[in-house]
Design a protein. Structure first.
Length: 216
């Protein structure tokens, strides 16, 4: 079954952590799974800030093939909620100012880790994505599907975020063609657009509609 790319992107933005499975160096042939926070970049790819001392980092340096499993954080029942597994290649990235700023906007507590010399940014480049969107609704998305997502440049996102209205008791985290991310009461929330918004004017309208639907 071919499922909408937007559904997968929505879950990547709603989840703030996932289960990363790497190839164990301590016991070759076995997967090593650990829970980690992440932030989606402008192309909706998971970015990790991890220590070179961590077991999973050693595994990824030895073999970058990995998967990241996500679950709908708002689902009452795990099996009835949306779930997603991204399979791809994880590699270290030299983060520019825009990526660092985006990561810290989502996870300001990570600023402390940036002062440690052993922490670095890694990114998962999706090769295939398995999406379970609900009962009897499941299918695969390919790397070219992900690469075809509508994206914003960091400059455009920053300008449009600055123009959005102030939120009572919340703050803006990110904006993209498929929705907007906010933080309220320490929780990441997603304002999902009914359809991808390709330009700034459409995004402003979509944000207004999504806020109104949430009573915000």
């Amino acid at each position: 079954m071919k499922l909408p790319l937007a559904s997968a992107i929505d879950l990547v933005h709603r989840a703030d952590h996932g289960a990363l499975a790497s190839h164990a160096t301590q016991l070759p042939g076995y997967p090593f799974c650990t829970q980690l926070p992440f932030v989606p970049d402008a192309q909706h790819r998971p970015v990790l800030l991890i220590s070179s001392l961590a077991e999973h980092t050693r595994n990824l340096v030895a073999d970058g093939r990995a998967s990241l499993a996500l679950a709908d954080p708002g689902a009452d029942d795990l099996l009835s909620g949306a779930r997603l597994t991204l399979l791809g290649d994880v590699a270290r990235v030299d983060a520019d100012e825009a990526l660092v700023a985006r990561y810290l906007r989502y996870r300001p507590e990570a600023a402390d880790y940036l002062g440690f010399g052993d922490f670095a940014f890694y990114r998962l480049e999706p090769r295939r994505v398995r999406l379970i969107a609900g009962f009897a609704r499941m299918g695969w998305l390919e790397a070219e599907d992900w690469a075809g997502a509508v994206t914003l440049t960091p400059d455009d996102e920053a300008a449009e975020l600055a123009a959005l209205p102030m939120l009572a008791g919340a703050r803006w985290l990110g904006l993209d063609a498929y929705g907007a991310d906010i933080e309220r009461d320490g929780r990441r929330l997603r304002l999902t657009f009914a359809e991808p918004a390709a330009d700034a004017q459409e995004r402003r309208r979509a944000v207004a509609v999504a806020l109104a639907a949430q009573g915000g």
